[in-house]
Design a protein around this ligand. Sequence first.
Ligand code: AMP
Ligand code: GLY
Length: 422
Amino acid sequence: MNILVIGSGGREHAISWKIKQSKLLNKLFIAPGNAGTDSLGINIDIKVDDFKAIKSLVLKENISMVFVGPEDPLVKGIHDYFIADKDLKHIGVIGPVKAAAELEGSKEFAKKFMVENNIPTAQYQSFTKETINDAFDFLDTLNAPYVLKADGLAAGKGVIIENDISIAKSKLKEMLNGQFGAASQKVVIEEFLEGIELSVFVLTDGESYVILPEAKDYKRIGEGDSGPNTGGMGAISPIPFADLAFMHKVEEQVIKPTIQGLKNRKIDYKGFIFFGLMNNNGIPSVIEYNVRMGDPEAEVVIPRIKSDLVELFKAVAENKLAETTIEIDERTVSTVMLVSRGYPMAYEKAKEITGLDKITDTIVFHAGTKIVKNKIYTNGGRVIAVSAYGENMNEALKKSYAKINAIDFEGKKYRHDIGFDL
Ligand code: AMP
Ligand code: GLY
């Protein structure tokens, strides 16, 4: 079959790399893709939320399955658009409908959903400009640090964690006054959770689910988890603190009630669910939902899936996931992200990348790259993820780091300490 992947990051390169290995694939299209996906299929320069252009492409190229990578088109309702269109409704879309994408699109919706389904999470309240004084009172009842979250999508920047109560109050005021535009007209304030973070993923057809390998993402820009948050600077899978007993609790207390909660709301969820979790001495609680795979988590999770991903996607589209199983590679995969100078603030672009041809023994996933006249240039904050397999974490990381030296571009930066805490 012909398949379209929507998106342009490391996650979409990893998914495309895996789809390319499927015996069910005929032609692969990526919209808009990057210099990495260019060598796996045909990149089509369409914006991820230009549904009309996506429709034309799907019909013209006889595409029968669409995988949606990023949250933006999901929250804008790309799956609903397909269902509502008589020419598109038979096409398998991997990615949830708008009503379910609200789990990521609105923090308040996600919190209500968790409370409704008895899913462990930090206690919270939400506020608007009109109720700012109640918000100040609520902050006074909490202990530091204070967690403030813009309700809507804010490109990963909408969470503020502040130790000082008066600074927290003035930051809350800024948020409600439009710091993140419409996204922060409502702010969720919640209790701070102690523990160590991890990401757990399932693929579901709305009825049944398969659990994918878990991963740890390194979000801060600086060594030792310091400095501002990024999209993610590296990742590892599996992780030692997600043992069987912990994962059993996650399945019983988080995954099952989430799937059941969606069913109760009559939401037919098709795609990945990403649970951002805190492990506090073996007790899980949910920090957030995402309605997609993580990035850079995909760059370590996808290489550990031995099963044919297109067969799994087909089972999702046809409501047959209960009849399938997923086979996982026991080895560890690590990834280290190369980023542009300046990231996660304003960053440099259009720097030539050299040394990519010298890479063996690792998988180079492109994130922000583009190809111009056979040369590859940086085109984003996160540029390239270098993933490697190992019998253990140290062996995998050693390979990732060894290859990083061979790849070069002006202003190349990366964290030297991925895995330091494990
Ligand atoms: P989010 O955008 O919801 O992923 O939040 C960004 C980051 O803030 C998370 O990855 C956590 O590291 C941190 N965070 C969010 N909520 C909490 C919380 N309630 N307690 C502790 N850390 C949190
Ligand atoms: N790596 C975190 C995310 O994809 O949101």
